[in-house]
Ligand binder design. Sequence first.
Ligand code: GLY
Ligand code: MN
Length: 463
Amino acid sequence: MFSKDIYIKRRAQLAGSVEKGIILLLGNSEAAANYPSNTYKFRQDSTFLYYIGLNEPDLAAVIDTESGEEVLFGNNVDIDDIIWMGPQPSVDEKGSSVGISRTAPLGELKNYLENIRRQGRKIHYLPPYRNHNKILLNNLLGIPTDSLKANASVELIKAVVAMRLIKGSEELKEIEHACNIGYAMHYTAMKLAKLGMTEQELVGVMEGIAASEGSMVSFPTILSQQGQTLHNHKHDGILTEGRLIVIDAGAETNMNYTSDFTRTLPSSGKFTSQQKDIYRIVAAANNLAVEMAKPGLSYKDVHLAASKVLAEGLKSIGLMKGDTEEAVAAGAHALFMPHGLGHNMGLDVHDMEDLGEDYVGYDDTYKRSSQFGLASLRMGKMLQPGHVITVEPGIYFIPALIEKWKEEKINTPFINFDKLKDYYTFGGIRLEDDIVITETGCRLLGAKRLPITVEDVEREMAK
Ligand code: GLY
Ligand code: MN
């Protein structure tokens, strides 16, 4: 936990940004995996962590934006809990550790909120993403579960997004720590990868590092020689000569700040010349985005500039053709990179996706495009100092997508479909780093950058 002053200040700022009413923040509960007492690893709600700081289940808090009153709702443990879980701080002690002096049992939350509703005052809540909290909110507010998202407070969403998007120095320290754990995970995989070993062995070692140095992984590790599938969580392959291993993985610190890196390794330690060509194009797009990202540019601008590097590179090896500007404007490069350049990152690896990506990555000036590829860009708006974003260009050869475009004659002036046959078993390449926007540009996060050039990757793998 950070010092309690940080949480007090954050809550005061939030209360000042929401006009009238009560802000209701729900923490998460334990979630059963296969029977009630065998739970998944507990993960607190990120907004609850940001404002309340308490990393335990079954808590809720309210903030009265007019009187300033704050109440923490939770239950004290009984002797049975103490026998199984050991002594626990009381709810009063928990509240006081984060600057909240008034507490009440969780069962009183419903009465408290009914009283507010009787007074005709607004209750601002965030869109719930777990069924437990949907049922709880339905019970507390009487709103049908399928209408909860539509009735969530846009004013509160926008206020939370505005604060959480700009990272404070204490948060950047945690994110740097997550990046350093992420570095160790990836660097170890780079050293360990050997022909004949299973993908699962690499995943196990990487996730073990995340668990031993932090809270856990920031999302289930993506590691596969079938890298043309963007989020491939199957790890049943054996490292085989001539393949590329896409490894997209990150860590969470004990305070739940995240990292997210991707590197693509040659399974044998040596890239083929076809792989080198594609790899260097992706690395150039990554480097350009890192050089370019700064306040005053939108991340959509950076995405499009990186896309031009990809299109230009693909033209240079004969896979694309025509005018680069026109090809990118038409979205032709999205055949090879059907995703966005990156996303915000913080307490969530896709930061605040639960609040609605369009509130996080877009605004009244920057609207999400509906064009294939660009539509998947999670962050499009103007960059500001304190934004933490991933830079993750890629090139993939997805046979089903290539066949579809070919059949439907999509972007035919820009694609050399005939040449693509040679790439149907190529897989994919993605190279991802994490950056923070500064006053004048941006800075890579983490003490050291993972090897990214063809030469450095081959050198590290040979050692
Ligand atoms: N690292 C997974 C993602 O960005 O979606
Ligand atoms: Mn990512």
